[in-house]
Design a protein around this ligand. Structure first.
Ligand code: ADP
Ligand code: MG
Length: 363
């Protein structure tokens, strides 16, 4: 028996670094997906290959690989720990989600594997409870097994995303609400600019932000920054902690305002929120970089209504809301600006909100 499953990358429209602060975010699933072909084995071995990696990996299910294979073996290990009788597997991976671009190739890989395993074991993927369980397993695989201290946004949208919609995720009460994103009707395109600066190459600053947020919450005597107001934030003496907390508090408000803007069809208001989010990430949260700032500023100057860096930061991608008549001009201008600055040229993709993880075929 061979089963093929796939899961999408994602782009976050707004709400950055809020997930691990019990906050709000508004991501959408991309049409770009990671596909895994699984064949169960009679033993408890994993044999893993990926079209994106030179080296495969082979070992028993309870061994911990130190390569990309940890994302796959981690999901298998966590699902086994969760009580599922996951067999040994031959797994081959392929993807058109760019790796390390802030578009969550990691969650796409985890969720494709989890969905494939669920399909092999006959779990009901129509059931949202099953999907949330798989998303939780993938979050655990990434944080506990791979050791990347990310929040839960990526896996949640990969398991629950909906075509034509973004998802409002609330990490305080685990709320998931689809929000319509009728870009085409509005003559707009969500243009993703991949700066090709790979955030994995630039150190462990993501974890630093996470601990700074925890420190700010502790200094204010609360369990999470979700509970604080701007007036509380102003009471923080430490300049760095105050700026980190201000980003989280204002970003949660911008996510809420973005949903209101989308529901009212007010794209101008949404665009202004994207711009403000970028400024907050650049100046308060300190997670932007020269290439992301250049992409955002140039896209705006060439006709994007609004733009921001997206994803964890320190490289990766920016996203802009662009009239479809101006997309070519924006691409040309951004590419020219990168060339002028002597930077590696960016790559582009258009974010059309796609569907969640699924079993594609069983044979
Ligand atoms: P992002 O999720 O933004 O793409 P991450 O650093 O979180 O960036 O995850 C990228 C890592 O995930 C890669 O370096 C690799 O280890 C693993 N990965 C993702 N997609 C694949 C794939 N198709 N094949 C092999 N490994 C992958
Ligand atoms: Mg990732």
């Amino acid at each position: 028996m061979t089963l093929v499953a796939s899961a999408p990358g994602r782009v976050n429209l707004i709400g950055e670094h809020t997930d691990y602060n019990r906050g709000l975010c508004l991501p959408l699933a991309l049409p770009q997906r990671t596909t895994v072909t699984l064949t169960p084995r009679p033993d408890l071995l994993l044999r893993l290959t990926s079209a994106q990696e030179d080296e495969g990996w082979e070992g028993p299910v309870d061994e911990r690989p130190r390569s990309w294979a940890a994302y796959v073996a981690g999901v298998v290990a966590v699902l086994r720990d969760d009580g599922l009788e996951v067999p040994g597997l031959d797994a081959s991976v392929d993807s058109d989600v760019p790796l390390g671009a802030g578009l969550s190739s990691s969650a796409a890989l985890e969720c494709a594997v989890a969905t494939g395993v669920a399909g092999l074991l006959g779990l009901d993927l129509e059931d949202p409870v099953v999907r949330r369980r798989l998303a939780r397993a993938c979050i655990r695989a990434e944080t506990e097994y791979v050791g990347a201290p990310t929040g839960g946004m990526d896996q949640t949208v990969a398991m629950l995303g909906r075509p034509g919609h973004a998802l409002l995720l609330d990490f305080d009460d685990d709320g998931v609400s689809p929000v319509g994103l009728p870009l085409e009707d509005a003559g707009l395109v969500l243009l993703v600019v991949d700066t090709r600066v790979r955030h994995t190459l630039t150190g462990g600053s993501y974890g630093d932000r996470r601990s700074e947020c925890a420190d700010a919450a502790a200094a204010l005597g609360v369990a999470s920054l979700r509970e604080v107001s701007l007036a509380d934030v102003d009471r923080l003496d430490d300049d760095i902690l105050r700026r980190r907390a201000r980003h989280i508090v204002t970003e949660n408000a911008r996510v809420r305002d973005s949903v209101v803007a989308l529901e009212a069809g007010d794209w101008t208001a949404l665009a202004a929120l994207l711009d403000a989010s970028h400024v907050s990430m650049r100046d308060d949260f300190d997670i932007s970089c020269r290439e992301l700032d250049l992409a955002v500023e140039t896209a705006r100057a060439a006709g994007a209504l609004g733009a921001r860096m997206t994803g964890g930061g320190f490289g990766g991608s920016a996203v802009g809301l662009v009239p479809n008549t101006t997309v070519d001009e924006v691409r040309r201008t951004v590419t020219a600006a990168f060339a002028d600055a002597g930077l590696r040229l960016p790559a582009y993709l258009v974010a059309i909100p796609g569907g969640a993880a699924r079993v594609d075929s069983v044979g």
